[in-house]
Design a protein around this ligand. Structure first.
Ligand SMILES: Nc1nc2c(ncn2[C@@H]2O[C@H](COP(=O)(O)OP(=O)(O)OP(=O)(O)O)[C@@H](O)[C@H]2O)c(=O)[nH]1
Ligand SMILES: [Mg+2]
Ligand SMILES: [Zn+2]
Length: 386
């Protein structure tokens, strides 16, 4: 793609509001006015590849263009943490530069952010959040039926959506591979914790019109799920054209091949979901929890309801007398897999809490050390002057 202007689509409902077509709203307009600097325009990050970005930008009411961009200032000097860096879906203040990439000067506040724990910092005491997609209105959790159906994984995605306060829909793909659709749907209802469920089949188009009906113009939707689940296939089906590459899953173990390698926001030009903004993401190898106990708990409403009847208000549901959760487990009212899934995620959440407390204490200790050192050197200087 070059940095030429996006041709104005003929089917745009109103003229002169091209930025709104990408989700620009009064919220971001006000935020932009507060942070904007000389020569800066509001822009949305539509693509990210290892620190290189594509943005859609323009002045409100004017024409829009798509440009390459890099982060600058504090964002560009490696001073910002992973979660403070631009992510696909972000709105930003951007300055164009003739002959070179535009520069992302500042990010506007995010309305929502779907986070995960940044992988690979286990040895350090730092918990770094990574933004998978920003300003998402609806998370489409994509999971395949058949051999790759893993309810425990779906629970994890739901808990993360709860932590991000993002509404979610569970999109079950590959309905043609399901042995028994009604059993699958019952099981899905058990892990979706109230989220809507769509059963889809790409070859036959089953479920697509119902799903498309949920997507309004200007709404930002993120496709989330493991590699090979059918996210890009779903994007293409909604778009009615081949926007993203897809690939066969491996025959031996039905796992995906990590076909999508970057995150990208697409505006659907036509079809039943025309005008919707869809973020395709690469399947994540490890989706580590970045949610507190409350978010996890809200992804397990049936356990929350049972807990109301436990004898102790702070019952941990792990052997306390009068525990209604364990009683329901014994009687078969509560599914064992659900209970184990809940325990595992709660354990991760409390482990993160301890780590966070520890890193907060560490940061505070370092801060005091710096203050003490600067006071000492100030005192020394004072002596020398006398
Ligand atoms: N049988 C069947 N296969 C499907 C369906 N939807 C997608 N697939 C196939 O599943 C494979 C993987 O699909 P992709 O869309 O590339 O998966 P993805 O989730 O984007 O994977 P990554 O980009 O690696 O994260 C492709 O071969 C698709 O044709 C379906 O409804 N039924
Ligand atoms: Mg893909
Ligand atoms: Zn209990």
């Amino acid at each position: 793609m070059s940095d030429s202007s996006i041709p104005a689509a003929d089917d745009r409902p109103r003229s002169g509001d091209a930025l709104c077509d990408f989700g620009f709203s009064a919220f971001f307009s006000e935020a932009f006015e507060l942070v904007k600097g000389e020569g800066e325009e509001p822009a949305r990050v539509v693509e990210e590849r290892r620190g290189r970005y594509r943005v859609v930008l323009g002045s409100p009411g004017g024409p829009i263009a798509e440009e390459d961009a890099i982060a600058s200032g504090k964002l560009g000097r490696g001073l910002a943490s992973a979660s403070q860096m631009p992510a696909v879906g972000d709105w930003a203040a951007v300055r164009r530069s003739p002959g070179g990439p535009a520069t992302i000067r500042a990010l506007l506040p995010r309305r929502t952010a779907y986070l995960r724990k940044a992988p690979g910092d286990v040895e350090h005491d730092r918990i770094d959040a990574q933004v998978v997609a920003a300003n998402v209105d609806l998370a489409l959790i994509v999971a395949a039926a058949g051999r790759d159906w893993k309810p425990r994984r779906v629970e994890r995605y739901v808990a993360l959506a709860r932590a991000a306060s993002v509404e979610c829909v569970l999109a079950i793909t590959k309905a043609d591979l399901a042995e028994d659709a009604s059993t699958l749907l019952a099981e899905a209802a058990g892990v979706a914790s109230g989220a809507r469920i769509a059963l889809l089949c790409a070859p036959s188009g089953l479920g697509l019109p119902e799903l498309a009906a949920l997507l309004r113009p200007g709404l930002t939707i993120a496709l989330l799920g493991s590699s090979g689940a059918g996210k890009s296939t779903l994007l293409n089906a909604l778009a009615g054209e081949e926007l993203a590459r897809t690939n066969e899953v491996r025959e031996d173990d039905q796992r995906g091949r990590h076909t999508t390698t970057h995150r990208q926001l697409y505006r659907l030009a036509s079809g039943p979901a025309a005008g919707a903004l869809v973020i395709d993401t690469p399947g994540m190898r490890e989706l580590q929890l970045l949610a507190d106990g409350e978010a996890v708990s809200s992804a397990f409403p049936e356990i929350e309801a049972l807990a109301e009847r436990c004898r102790f208000r702070d019952c941990g549901h792990s052997g306390e007398p009068g525990c209604a959760v364990l009683a329901a487990l014994d009687s078969g009212e509560l599914d064992e897999g659900r209970y184990e899934g809940w325990r595992k995620l709660m354990k991760e959440a409390s482990y993160l809490r301890t780590k966070e407390d520890h890193s907060a204490k560490e940061a505070e200790r370092r801060r005091w050390k710096t203050i003490a050192m600067s006071q000492r050197s100030f005192a020394k200087k004072g002596k020398g002057a006398r």
